[in-house]
Design a protein around this ligand. Structure first.
Ligand code: ADP
Ligand code: MG
Length: 608
């Protein structure tokens, strides 16, 4: 009896296999560029016609191939990059599977011209539908020219499967851009249907980013650079203001290979927690360097997926590096005047007395700007001294007895007693104004206190060292049944915050003590409000209970707009604000601090 199984002829096998490596013009371009980079090219030029369907060509000045290698390169599993199974565990090149050229040769008309530095004459190879049509000598530059014509000409199903011209072209553009960002030291040229899209000189990454994104956008980025013995992370991340509605501007590389990895993306995203408006995503260009032995890049033929030996370690590393980068930058929104008198020439001053309506035009807009050199924030960090009890935070308000005396004195303008020689004012019982080296800083007192209390609450949960004030007259309060149950659920966490509560049964609870930051007399309302707020937030399923409680407490216990503050209270508030890990945004993402530079004021008053 004959056998029903037979081995596929190589041309069919190659056609099938080709589908995994070369799915569309963009994947062919990616493979060709990887080959050029592996060949040590310093200049790579990519040309496509008709979104790469008619022609895609990659020209490099790399090491080239001998006449013999030029032919071998089209054979499946033919590679110069690995030889042994051990090599597979230690991949230092972009390619290693020996499939790309064989695949393209199976599903397109491919022409290769190549020459090494040692040869005087180059080699020409033409492969069509898995058949070598030509192999001979040709005059050419050192390096390799690979032209792929009529991709999928012999696999109509695959060809029909391609998306619109626009989409396919965009995919190619994305590939070239990713590679150009990863390899700034290489010169890149990218031409689509005779239109030059990119023409980039070799640069440092900073300048490459400026070329690709524009200088203005570059100003929105923060540098990331951290090394340990096992891992390093370098690149740039966007300031929170620069976040986008989609994830398009996220470039993640592993050993300079563009990868897609949800865990690491999540780590970056997590570091921005509370800094981003909901539904927006941070910009980043990050390269993670790891020992190739600790990662498997051979998960999928496209080599875009990777498997880390220790993913949670990498996750924590990325999270902490990005967090630190964000925390160490001055993200204070800077007020600037858009257009109008701010930016016009000196003559514009004369129009100052014109129609007031025109004056208002353009208005104020908050825009984040990097503050060069030593920042005021560093100054504030220095001034903010840790409390004597070792904790970073002290209550903004004094103990009750002292408060009474202060209340009597209330009404003294805070401005007079610029305590500790610091100029500080409260306006409209809502904002705190303070002079800083580069201008004027305005703080929203409520959100500032919210940020302080939030971090304090988190720290309390962590250390379980509540600081509470005993109530002279314990309060017995009756709660609605569901609040009572919620209170019981949260009892240990509420205790960590500093609430000393004794459930009494029948929906009543005795409040014996309250967090040190809560004003006596408000305890009942604050407890009720916190439970309310907690319930409101519960629908946002992502928040965990402790974080929710910390946020709810911070929001409800913080001083309000309308609360009058004394000078020392303002100073204490500002000092503590700058001891938090993220002074510029409240736990809900609202800005806390806004700055007006002295230059801006000078411009406004026509002093420039
Ligand atoms: P892989 O890159 O996985 O080794 P390819 O099919 O992409 O497999 O390429 C096969 C071989 O051809 C490579 O290993 C390399 O030696 C050679 N080669 C391909 N492209 C180039 C190039 N642009 N310059 C020099 N050598 C190349
Ligand atoms: Mg390759």
């Amino acid at each position: 009896m004959g056998s029903k199984i037979h081995i596929l002829k190589s041309d069919i096998a190659n056609k099938i296999a080709a589908g995994e490596v070369v799915q569309r013009p963009a994947s062919a371009v990616k493979e060709l560029i990887e080959n050029s980079l592996d060949a040590g090219a310093t200049s790579i030029s990519v040309m496509i016609k008709d979104a790469g369907k008619l022609l895609l060509q990659v020209i490099d000045d790399g090491e080239g191939m001998s006449a013999e290698d030029a032919l071998l390169a089209f054979r499946r599993h033919a590679t110069s990059k690995i030889a042994t199974a051990e090599d597979l565990e230690n991949i230092r090149t972009l390619g290693f599977r020996g499939e790309a050229l064989a695949s393209m040769g199976a599903v397109a008309q491919v022409e290769m011209k190549t020459r090494t530095a040692q040869q005087d004459v180059g080699t020409l190879v033409r492969v069509e539908g898995d058949e070598v049509k030509e192999h001979g000598a040709v005059a050419c530059e050192q390096g390799t020219v690979l032209s792929v014509k009529n991709l999928f000409y012999n696999t109509p199903a695959r060809r029909n499967f391609l998306k619109s011209q626009q989409t396919e072209r965009k995919n190619v553009t994305d590939v070239v851009t990713r590679m150009a960002l990863a390899y700034p030291e290489v010169a890149w040229k990218y031409v689509s249907d005779d239109e030059t899209i990119l023409d980039l000189r070799p640069k440092f990454i900073e300048d490459r980013l400026k070329d690709v994104l524009g200088v203005k956008q570059f100003g929105q980025l923060l540098k990331v650079d951290e090394k340990t013995d096992f891992l390093s992370l370098q690149g740039f991340i966007g300031k929170p203001d620069f976040a986008r509605k989609s994830r398009i501007d996220q470039f993640l590389y592993l050993n300079r290979r563009y990868i897609v990895n949800r865990a690491i993306n999540h780590a970056v995203f997590q570091a921005y927690e509370h800094l981003l408006i909901k539904g927006t995503f941070p910009f980043f260009v990050l390269n993670l360097t790891v020992d190739p032995r600790t990662v498997d890049v051979n998960v999928h033929p496209s080599k875009m997926e990777v498997k880390f030996g220790n993913e949670s370690q990498v996750y924590r590393f990325v999270l902490s590096v990005i967090r630190q980068t964000l925390a160490h930058h001055d993200l204070v929104p800077m007020m600037t005047v858009e257009g109008g008198i701010g930016t016009a020439g000196p003559d514009s001053r004369l129009r100052f007395s014109g129609n007031p309506a025109v004056q208002r035009e353009g208005g104020w807009s908050a825009e984040t700007m990097a503050i060069p050199g030593q920042t005021d924030v560093e100054e504030l960090f220095r001034k903010a001294r840790p409390a004597t009890d070792g904790s970073r935070f002290t209550p903004i308000f004094q103990p009750p007895a002292e408060r009474i005396i202060q209340q009597e004195q209330a009404g003294t303008p805070a401005a007079e007693g610029a305590g500790e020689g610091r100029a500080i004012w409260q306006i409209h019982n809502k904002y705190i104004l303070s002079q800083v080296k580069t201008g004027l800083m305005i703080v929203d007192q409520h959100v500032a206190h919210e940020r302080i209390l939030y971090e304090k609450a988190l720290a309390n949960f962590e250390n379980n060292l509540p600081s509470s004030q005993q109530l002279l007259f314990p309060q017995t309060i009756a709660l609605p049944p569901d609040d009572y149950m919620l209170m019981q659920d949260l009892l240990p966490h509420l205790a960590a915050l500093g609430f000393v509560l004794k459930p009494f049964g029948k929906n009543t609870v005795v409040i014996d003590g309250i967090p040190a930051d809560v004003r006596v007399g408000n305890e009942r309302k604050i407890l009720e409000d916190v439970l309310d707020e907690f319930r409101n937030n519960e629908h946002q399923s992502t928040i965990d209970a402790r974080d929710n409680l910390a946020k709810s407490f911070a929001c409800k216990a913080a001083i309000k707009a309308g609360d009058r503050l004394k000078t020392h209270e303002m100073i204490s508030l500002i000092d503590q604000l700058f001891l938090t890990s993220m002074p510029y945004v409240c736990p809900h993402g609202r800005p806390v601090v806004v700055k007006i530079s002295i230059e801006e004021l000078d411009r406004r008053f026509g002093r420039t």
